[in-house]
Design a protein around this ligand. Structure first.
Ligand SMILES: Cc1cc2nc3c(=O)[nH]c(=O)nc-3n(C[C@H](O)[C@H](O)[C@H](O)COP(=O)(O)OP(=O)(O)OC[C@H]3O[C@@H](n4cnc5c(N)ncnc54)[C@H](O)[C@@H]3O)c2cc1C
Length: 397
């Protein structure tokens, strides 16, 4: 190679597979924590049209039952609050601080109260409404069969997930992170991870590898012979026009009903979704819309919960694939116990946009300092899968 020619990069000290919120945050926080080695961010599809991040509802809440999940989301919230200081005056993700409302039957009130206690002890403002107070506070909801409702009046809501991802990725790339627009198709291992190869036939040697491949994380781990129970779970999102909605309802929270349906305002419209039961879980992981769920499952339930939803028109919708952890539906974060340079940042199952920045920072801390400094995420490590000890959320999903 002649003098002055740039040698193509064939080695990365850290290679990150996936340029969504988790991979971009990992790259960004590596630099923020002082990592000076080379970083390669591998992304197969720069349109991000099927990435979880782009298709997400963008919700952030403190209403979890495990301290780790609360802390991960609080880190995300702090970033949102400091967005302009962190990324400059143009940074804007349209945060709508309209809260989350979680309904509970008599049978689940005890869990709601237990969760509230934990959340408040960690600085959340979660309030519980009972009896007639529920209808006074949220008059557009029919509270038949509901014993209590838990509401986060501050520090919860939703934002534009695509904007957050783009802002963080741009900031990472501005700090000497190399974007490699190729699909990773193989991982070389000799005890440790040694290399990765791309679908385009290139091979890169690597010092460490971070799996941030969203719904494909199980497949990427499989390239290294590692079993990871993370794969796509198909979810339906319906966009609804509801002419009879009051202004208060349009400014209302994201609401979870006890039978798994949820909705929130989206501009002048609403979006609806549901958590399928095990029996309902779509077997086919394609991108085909199925309106029968809207007709037969969600509409009847939500129309009886919210009278204004009796007269609605479905005006659009989309399919998203959750990055689903089939073991216990929580993030799997940290170093592989036996393969010291393979890092997991996977399986967020519906929490990952709010937890992406904190996860990126956590992985960066592991790489830079050999341990966690901001949030101890040991309980979310891969070891729990090996021990067959699931860590379930005792909340709505
Ligand atoms: C419908 C829906 C609603 C959601 N709502 C919320 C919510 O309200 N709140 C919340 O916190 N979370 C929510 N989530 C979850 C959240 O969006 C995800 O957990 C989060 O975006 C995961 O980010 P990620 O960077 O890991 O994955 P992704 O955004 O999917 O990024 C992974 C990237 O890896 C790339 N990739 C995969 N394989 C390879 C490969 N072999 N080589 C190179 N690149 C590869 C993909 O192209 C992709 O761009 C929702 C998700 C969906 C689908």
């Amino acid at each position: 190679m002649g003098l002055g020619m740039v040698r193509p990069m064939t080695h990365f000290d850290v290679a990150i597979v996936g340029g969504g919120i988790v991979g971009s945050s990992t790259a960004y926080y590596l630099r923020k924590n002082g990592f000076t080695g080379s970083i390669g961010l591998f992304e197969q599809d720069m349109s991000f049209k099927r990435a979880c991040t782009s298709l997400s509802w963008g919700g952030i809440r403190q209403q979890f039952s495990t301290p780790e999940n609360i802390r991960l989301s609080q880190f995300g919230l702090a970033l949102i609050r400091n967005l302009k200081d962190e990324f400059g005056p143009e940074a804007d993700i349209g945060f709508k601080e309209q809260g989350y409302l979680v309904l509970a039957t008599e049978g689940s009130v005890a869990v709601l109260e237990e969760n509230q206690k934990l959340q408040r002890s960690m600085g959340a403002d979660t309030e519980i409404y009972w009896g007639a107070d529920m209808a006074r506070r949220f008059p557009w909801i029919n509270f038949d069969g509901i014993a209590a409702a838990s509401f986060g009046p501050r520090n919860e809501g939703w934002f534009d997930p695509y904007s957050l991802m783009s802002i963080v990725r741009k900031a990472a790339l501005a700090r000497d992170v190399t974007l490699v627009q190729q699909a990773v198709a193989g991982i070389g291992r000799n005890g440790k991870i040694t290399s990765l190869s791309t679908a385009g036939g290139e091979t890169f040697t690597v010092g460490a590898l971070v799996n941030a491949a969203g719904a494909s994380a199980g497949a990427v781990a499989g390239f290294a012979g590692i079993e990871l129970p993370v794969s796509p779970a198909k979810r339906f999102v319906y966009v609804i026009d509801c002419p009879g909605a009051s202004e208060a309802m349009r400014k209302g929270p994201l609401t979870f009903d006890v039978t798994g349906e949820y909705f929130r305002p989206e501009g002048r419209n609403f979006i609806w979704g549901f958590t399928p039961s095990d029996d309902e879980e779509p077997k086919v992981k394609d991108w085909e819309m199925d309106e029968s769920w809207f007709e037969n499952r969600i509409w009847p339930a939500l129309a009886s919960r919210v009278p204004a939803f009796e007269a609605v028109k479905m005006i659009g919708g989309w399919i998203g694939h959750y990055d689903y952890n089939w073991f216990d539906h929580n993030g799997i974060i940290g170093r592989h116990p036996d393969i010291e340079n393979f890092y997991f940042a996977n399986g967020f199952s519906g929490h990952g946009i709010q937890q992406g920045p904190a996860t990126g920072n956590a992985i960066a801390e592991l790489i830079c300092f050999g341990g966690y400094r901001t949030i101890d995420l040991a309980r979310l490590g891969y070891e729990r899968l090996q021990r067959k000890e699931p860590l379930f959320e005792k909340n709505i999903f």
